[in-house]
Design a binder for this molecule. Structure first.
Ligand code: B12
Ligand code: SF4
Length: 512
């Protein structure tokens, strides 16, 4: 019986969900930890709509090999911009074998005409409404070529995510969770407006459902992948209220203005928030204006950092280079600002005009797009002509910024910004752990031992006192005998010459 006969009958289907990986993530010699962070939540969300007798499996190519000699009836592939070519090749392979192939996700939504020739059906926008509709059509033998999510978007009464299909041991953060979709803002470089076009651009789960999902997750640590966890004040207040007493520690993302407004961030801290991703993006007002990043305009970034520090929340600052007002001074200015304000980790990006965004449309109008090779749209390559920078200077400045921000001396300088020893230690370990131990991460990934790091992560994310302790000079605070200092010698690898390997859990526990 052919795949097509099975799927248009009431028989159980064999369904394969695939998250293809860009080449770098499958390199046999080097596995950057960022690709082993989070499981494919989107696919596990879709799998929940299958019938009880259907056979389902998720393959995340970032963390495991993909075998192509099987014969699923239905193949569901998630397409991001940098995995698009790989996704199309996999789709072509399975279609030639007779499987029914679905393509969806952010890149398909932006480039439906490009994706369509590789699929039997494509999906635009979020899948909670369209995927179950498609499954019913498929069973009835009337599947359409295009499913576009429009009105009626909701997260109410959605079935629980099929977390049983996720191989937890493959991920550093198996407990990722999303309780909202989209964002109330409209920055014109962001994927969001294109993806949610035609319907609601920001909506939340019911608080009870979100709390029930949290309750189902083992351990203490959670990572909210929501674009803007503080985006709906009433929802966030109730969520944090419900989480008090659950003894969770969590990380999330929010905008500059939401951190300054009201007391939501204090409530988040009380509920267990210990680190936050903040889209600072740029220190130049003109860049903010041109990007329609109005929520950052006129806001005091220092006040944001100070408030988060006082609550013991570590900051992952996001910064974009290459906006039209940026010249060669932007790199040092930004890195100095981040270090001087005690930003724990920084994510730098080269501005990348994603298709479907307002930024991309403007770049096309101005004739400034220089390549449509999607593999290069990874925020590490220059794919357009910057206004005030030579492309090579932009790339060099970006690389320099990462090196400079994550120098041992810079990490130590940023750490001592905090008022308490515990906070300084947490900052230091978190930042160093992230960028200075890549070979160790590589080893842990290969040995499938990432989950061993979870207790360590939870220790680093443990609470620090909210009271601002008297700020001691670093030496007085006893920091330097324990950690490499700004002035200590570095060895030839750029590693501190002494006291550099205190990374075991007991060492953490005694310090924290
Ligand atoms: C977590 C995350 C990662 C993780 C892991 C991703 C994973 N394992 O799923 C890591 C750190 C590895 C990562 C890496 C990168 N990421 Co990323 N990441 C995200 C993030 C923050 C959350 C994704 C998520 O889980 N969402 C929640 C789930 C529930 O939603 P979902 O995955 O979108 O799935 C839903 C729909 O898309 C749809 N759907 C998806 N696929 C399909 C398929 C079918 C058939 C159907 C019916 C529906 C459907 O249905 C799902 C349910 O509604 C998003 C931002 C965001 N809000 O989406 C960025 C984002 C997806 N990443 C982005 C980018 C650019 C990257 C990098 C290139 C960045 C870099 N410099 O390295 C890399 C490359 C990754 C790659 N494989 O190519 C961009 C993508 C832009 C684009 N146009 O494609 C985003 C949107 C961030 C941004 N604002 O720019 N990322
Ligand atoms: S605040 Fe963030 S998620 Fe929201 S539109 Fe702007 S860039 Fe996108």
């Amino acid at each position: 019986m052919t795949a097509r006969n099975v799927i248009s009958s009431p028989r159980p289907m064999r369904v394969k969900f695939i998250l293809p990986a860009l080449t770098e993530a499958t390199d046999p010699y080097w596995r950057p930890v960022k690709y082993s962070l989070f499981p494919p939540l989107g696919l596990a969300t879709l799998a929940a709509y299958l019938g009880p007798d259907d056979e389902a499996g998720i393959v995340d190519e970032h963390v495991e090999p993909l075998t192509l000699d099987d014969t699923p009836h239905l193949v569901v592939i998630q397409v991001y911009i940098t995995n698009a070519y790989r996704a199309y090749a996999i789709a072509d392979h399975y279609r030639s074998g007779g499987a029914f192939v679905c393509l969806g996700g952010l890149h398909v939504t932006s480039m439906p005409d490009e994706a369509a020739p590789h699929a039997d059906a494509i999906f635009l926008g979020p899948g909670e409404q369209t995927f179950p509709e498609f499954l019913a059509d498929l069973r009835a033998g009337v599947a359409k070529r295009v499913y576009a999510s429009t009105s009626g978007r909701t997260l109410e009464r959605v079935p629980p995510i099929r977390r049983d299909l996720i191989r937890r041991s493959h991920y550093l953060v198996p407990n990722s969770i999303v309780v909202t979709r989209g964002c109330p803002q409209h920055c014109n470089f962001c994927y969001k407006d294109a993806f949610f076009q035609g319907g609601r651009g920001f909506y939340t789960q019911r608080v009870d459902d979100a709390l029930a999902e949290i309750d189902r997750l083992p351990g203490r640590h959670l990572y909210f992948l929501d674009d803007h966890l503080l985006g709906d004040r009433r929802f966030a207040e109730s969520l944090f209220e419900g989480m008090r007493g659950m003894r969770r520690v969590f990380q999330g993302a929010a905008t500059v203005d939401s951190i300054l407004r009201g007391d939501l961030v204090e409530r988040a801290a009380d509920a267990g928030m210990r680190s936050i991703f903040v889209g600072f993006e740029t220190l130049a007002a003109e860049n903010l204006r041109r990007s329609n990043k109005r929520q950052n305009l006129g806001r005091d970034y220092k006040a944001v950092a100070d408030r988060l520090h006082s609550l013991g929340i570590m900051i992952n600052g996001s910064f974009v280079f290459g906006m039209d007002d940026d010249d060669e001074s932007v790199f040092r200015r930004t890195v100095d600002w981040a270090i001087d304000h005690g930003i724990t980790t920084a994510t730098f990006h080269i501005q990348t005009p994603y298709p479907g965004t307002e930024l991309h449309a403007r770049m096309v109008r101005e004739g400034r797009i220089v390549t449509r090779d999607w593999n290069l749209y990874d925020t590490r390559h220059v794919v357009y002509r910057p206004a005030k920078l030579h492309p090579s200077k932009l790339k060099e400045g970006y690389d320099w910024s990462y090196r400079e921000f994550y120098r041992w001396s810079a990490i130590a300088r940023a750490s001592v910004h905090h008022g308490t020893l515990k906070h300084q230690a947490k900052h230091f370990f978190y930042a160093a752990g992230w960028k200075k131990f890549e070979p160790l991460w590589d080893l842990l990934i290969r040995a499938r031992q990432l989950t061993r790091v979870t207790p360590l992560l939870e220790a680093v994310l443990s609470r620090v006192s909210r009271r601002r302790a008297l700020t001691l000079a670093p030496a007085e605070a006893g920091l330097f005998p324990i950690f490499p200092s700004a002035t200590h010698e570095l060895n030839s690898n750029g590693a501190p010459a002494s006291a550099s390997h205190r990374t075991s859990a007991p060492a953490f526990d005694s310090i924290l």
